[in-house]
Design a protein around this ligand. Structure first.
Ligand SMILES: [Zn+2]
Length: 240
């Protein structure tokens, strides 16, 4: 598997071989644990070392099914063996935000039937956009309290990769509360199961347990046009 980070979100270092180099700085590997930008989650950064030299990984993206790492310097060649190290502080906070946003989105869509129209994670906040006609701040605070309850209850989180047909039979055809649905060309679907809370198709990096999120704090809610609401949250800095 080229992107094993989907099955092991806690792997911080790995070895790989360079399969392609474009313009000297765009590197493709035979496997990678660097997360490429996508689904509202930013790319991982970190270091790739090869032949005794360290290169910064400054951007990671997915293009035509391949994960491309942009590095800071020239020097890596096709066939080189590399050692990759992910900037764990950055990745781990993004995992906390991902799991937090995932839980809160599910709480909101279960309670209201709203679809999630967008989300963006950052290292100090996250926003979730959803379609909802009536905006009520008290209700939003209630959803956040419910999400915090799930977090506190310390639900284990599991994930597995399934063929699309099998995934659809478990989750129903839509598989997700994302308004845009699940891309047609994805044949292998990763299912994230927050034990005792809910299963959903998801391609982001997740915590092993909801308790690692810490606590979700409300920042603000905005109207983004008719039927479109935005919530901004932040996380308590320290995790108990
Ligand atoms: Zn998720």
């Amino acid at each position: 598997m080229k992107a094993p980070y989907l099955l092991d979100c806690y792997k911080k270092e790995f070895d790989a071989q360079v399969t392609k180099v474009k313009e000297g700085v765009f590197i493709t590997l035979d496997q990678t644990y660097f997360y490429p930008i996508g689904g509202g989650q930013p790319y991982d950064t970190g270091i790739i070392t090869s032949n005794g030299k360290a290169y910064k990984v400054i951007f990671v993206k997915k293009e035509e099914g391949e994960i491309i790492h942009e590095i800071s310097d020239l020097g890596i060649k096709e066939g080189d063996h590399i050692h990759g190290t992910i900037d764990w502080d950055r990745r781990y906070i993004l995992m906390r935000y991902h799991t937090a946003a995932h839980i809160l989105s599910e709480v909101i869509s279960k309670a209201t039937g709203a679809l999630i129209t967008g989300n963006q994670l950052e290292t100090d906040k996250a926003r979730i956009d959803f379609s909802l006609e009536n905006y009520d701040k008290e209700k939003i605070l209630e959803y956040i309290a419910q999400a915090n309850q799930i977090i506190k209850e310390a639900h284990p989180i599991h994930w597995s990769l399934l063929q699309r047909k099998e995934a659809e039979s478990i989750l129903g055809e839509k598989m997700t509360s994302l308004a845009k649905g699940f891309s047609e060309d994805i044949q292998e679907v990763r299912i994230v199961d927050i034990e005792g809370f809910g299963k959903e198709a998801c391609g982001g990096t997740h915590l092993k347990n909801t308790s690692e999120v810490g606590e979700i704090l409300f920042v603000k809610a905005e109207n983004k046009g008719k039927n479109n609401r935005r919530i901004v949250i932040t996380l308590e800095k320290t995790v108990v």
